[in-house]
Design a protein around this ligand. Sequence first.
Ligand SMILES: Nc1ncnc2c1ncn2[C@@H]1O[C@H](COP(=O)(O)OP(=O)(O)OP(=O)(O)O)[C@@H](O)[C@H]1O
Ligand SMILES: [Mg+2]
Length: 345
Amino acid sequence: MCLATSSMCRSMARIRLRFDDLEIEFVDRGRAIEQVYEFAEKGTRFPVVVFGPEGCGKTAWLLQAVEILKEMGYSVIYFNPLRRRFEAEVGIESIRHMILDRLKQVSTEYGFAKLIWLVIDIAIEVLKHGRKRLAVVVDDAFQYLSAKEAAAIVKGLLELIEHPEESYERIVAIAATSEGLSRYEIGRHLWAWIRPMWNMPREGFEELYEKVPGPKPSFDEVWRLTGGNPRTLSMLYRAMWGVDGVVEDITRSRGVTRDFVRRWMQYLADIVDDPDALMEKDVPEELKHALIEKNLIVYDLYSRNPELWVDEPPPEKDPELGIGKYIAWQTPLHREAVRRALAQS
Ligand SMILES: Nc1ncnc2c1ncn2[C@@H]1O[C@H](COP(=O)(O)OP(=O)(O)OP(=O)(O)O)[C@@H](O)[C@H]1O
Ligand SMILES: [Mg+2]
């Protein structure tokens, strides 16, 4: 446990992460790490709900956060149905058994995801056992839930913070999602600090790029293609830097079908040039909804006040990367998928 003052605790051990067939040490995200220390020092007054482009590094950051929180003396409950992980490092045998018993009863992914409701019960139980510092970290859980259910979970976490049955010293609650729509249901209530996280900043991303072995395109070129998105970098690495295959993968997985593109052609050409064009009055709500739902864009970007972001905010505007003032393509290759589909229609 780190007993020194915060500034002396920053030499944290960096976790190792899977990066395609490589294992790479967690790089950069200095500000986001600093934010975890701040959470640990004060607790979170509201659950922090983090959203951002797919593959921008939310899970990696949360995994590193779990290690920091443990170092800072927190009992940590970590839940991630996509990774099939439900862990409670709380040093209480009965709780470990409770979780193991429930895990044995689930066979499907969906069944696992529904265990999210158990997270709050376990948290209450942990406090009952006298633990004073508790962290609840929930990742990738919202895509299995309706937006209303996601909001209910966040409300449950808030209840834990505001009306605990037992006294505690600090609670840290963080949930992350790339589900563009659940943010709105949660955001309708004052139940959470909703904080976006963007792709990696250029310098940090270069550090990651340097760790990828073998012959590769120049960093400038990779930056232009990925906009700092580490998953896109790993996809390009896997494809031996063949852009066409990666664009095709995005086209298929994001549902950029010929029908979709033909239907909205008159608007999409402008949005490819400048994503803020989606804000124009005559753009139908249905198209906005579809682009958010397909995780092609991030809508309604916050002002670039760093206080409102996890890690560094994106630039005010970067037409080359498809970042507008209010709306951004998740990565340049998401935009490229639409651009190519338009050209073929
Ligand atoms: N700071 C980092 N250092 C090293 N590797 C990273 C970092 N951030 C992300 N990665 C790697 O990039 C890939 C994508 O990251 P990650 O899974 O964390 O993204 P995500 O935002 O959680 O994605 P999703 O939206 O699908 O949940 C992973 O292989 C991860 O290990
Ligand atoms: Mg994730």
